[in-house]
Design a protein around this ligand. Structure first.
Ligand code: NI
Length: 500
């Protein structure tokens, strides 16, 4: 009996302990549900507890007390203390709800998590391994090689000691090496694109110096190599030390070839220079000699000789003026083309005449701006006069010309030296009608008709004084020359006919 009692005693304590354990597992949700009155569940629990008791009652007494492991394990903890009977009372007040059965066993959930983690780790290792151990083909300076897929340009360069390429050196003005690495850095290109590299000479901070120490500029390490990358590695260029330069002009020469009525510029002049360098580091002074060769003025002089036709060029100087209109009328009536060498001031004064000359198919060119003797002008005066004369024609008619007829024909080596960048030709004449002598229209006409030849350039005037004799003589000159079989061409047309 005492054993039975003890059994009951320990059983009730075990049950109490189980209840405590369950009570401690009650979640906040469960408590909430309890307060919302899930009495049915409570009753269900009580029924279960009662069933437990009844089952115990039916057990054989000989069965070991500790057969119920869950109860036993907790009783074993409680039994030695036997400290207080109170727990029974408090236990009776606890309302314990059973846990709802889980849909999945706990071990299944854990297994899924574990499998996922393992899969993720395996995938990560796989990706890393793929990029690390996989090899790709690249070519360096035309030679193909295999490298790991995650190799950077910096690592490749370092592993191969820049493929033998060296940074440029700093050299003195005389060519001595001042510093072995003071020049331009090694140049790397990937698929033709230059990879900006750190210039070792421009970084003074300790941080940059530490990058220099590795031999590989830091930015190369961030360059990943694409598959089949074409890489070129070239040595850096040497750099000459900073230096002062003392320059001396080497003047050009003027070369005038041949003889004739047309002077045509083949090449304009340009000064050259010689230099003396003084190194700022070495202090060396080196004469570099002529570093820029001068370019000579070259003028070809000739008289056009048309081969397959018989032509003359009528030319009128010193206009435009009030005499230009009647001369243009006669040329228009006769259907003859001429060339007008105009004074810039006249072009500015008679812009309508300038425009009419152009509109009616004649050629306009410059006869200076103010009709000076150009050999008496200095370089600046000459350049000013020529520039103004050309500009006034441009303003009056819109024509851009670089053809000049120097007043009095005075134009020599120095004049070409000063103005070869302003003009491209200088035109003289071969038949002087001496209209300026004002001997009369018949004399002017006789001079033209008697001296004309194929390719002749006939000089008359439409300005610079009273030109009524020219106007009177012109119809007869045109008719007479036509009678000799001549056609009238402009200077440009005559030049184009040379040898044709
Ligand atoms: Ni003149």
């Amino acid at each position: 009996m005492s054993r039975k009692k003890g059994h009951r005693n320990s059983k009730s304590k075990g049950k109490a302990a189980a209840r405590i354990r369950l009570a401690n597992n009650v979640s906040a949700d469960d408590k909430d549900k309890r307060t919302s009155g899930q009495i049915a569940v409570n009753e269900s629990h009580e029924t279960a507890a009662d069933r437990h008791d009844r089952a115990d009652d039916k057990r054989d007494d000989s069965r070991p007390i500790h057969q119920d492991d869950s109860i036993q394990s907790v009783s074993a903890q409680d039994t030695p203390t036997q400290s207080s009977p109170e727990p029974d009372a408090s236990i009776e007040e606890l309302t314990i709800e059973p846990r709802k059965p889980r849909k999945l066993p706990r071990w299944t959930f854990h297994s899924i998590i574990a499998v996922l983690v393992v899969a993720l780790v395996a995938a990560g290792v796989g990706v890393w391994g793929y990029s690390h151990w996989r090899h790709i083909a690249v070519s360096v300076n035309g030679t193909e090689q295999q490298v790991r897929a995650d190799t950077t340009l910096g690592k490749l360069a370092k592993d191969n000691r820049d493929f033998g390429a060296k940074p440029g050196r700093l050299i003195s003005v005389s060519g001595k090496v001042l510093k072995s690495t003071g020049g331009e850095p090694v140049v790397y290109r990937v698929n033709g694109k230059k990879i900006a590299s750190v210039d070792a000479t421009k970084h003074k901070t300790s941080k940059e110096n530490s990058k220099e120490a590795t031999g590989v500029p830091a930015n190369l390490n961030s360059v990943k190599l694409p598959e089949n990358a074409r890489i070129s590695v070239k040595s850096g260029k040497d750099v000459v030390e900073k230096h002062d330069i003392q320059r001396t002009v080497v003047p050009f020469n003027v070369i005038i070839n041949g003889h004739g009525v047309i002077q045509k510029l083949r090449q304009a002049g340009k000064d050259g220079s010689s230099e003396v360098w003084t190194g700022k580091i070495s202090g060396e002074r080196v004469n570099k000699g002529v570093v820029t060769q001068p370019q000579d003025v070259i003028v070809d002089t000739f008289s056009p000789k048309p081969a397959s036709c018989k032509v003359v060029a009528l030319t009128f100087d010193d206009g435009p003026s009030q005499y230009s209109g009647p001369i243009l009328d006669i040329l228009k009536e006769k259907g003859a083309k001429a060339t007008f060498f105009d004074i810039g001031t006249g072009s500015a004064e008679y812009p309508q005449m300038e425009q009419r000359m152009v509109a009616e198919g004649h050629q306009v060119a410059s006869h200076s701006n103010t009709h000076p003797d150009m050999k008496k002008l200095n370089a600046e005066q000459l350049r000013t006069d020529i520039s103004q004369g050309l500009a006034n024609i441009k303003t009056a008619s819109g024509v851009t010309t670089k053809m000049l007829r120097a007043p009095y024909g005075n134009f020599g080596v120095d004049q070409w030296r000063y103005t070869s960048d302003l003009i491209d030709s200088n035109v003289i004449w071969t038949v002087d009608t001496q209209d300026w002598k004002k001997l009369g229209a018949p004399e002017i006409s006789d001079a033209a008709l008697s001296k004309a030849y194929n390719g002749a350039v006939i000089l008359m005037h439409d300005g610079g004084g009273d030109r009524s004799q020219d106007i009177a003589a012109l119809p007869g000159i045109i008719d007479g020359l036509r009678g000799q079989g001549y056609e009238f061409v402009t200077i440009d047309q005559l030049i184009a006919m040379n040898g044709k």
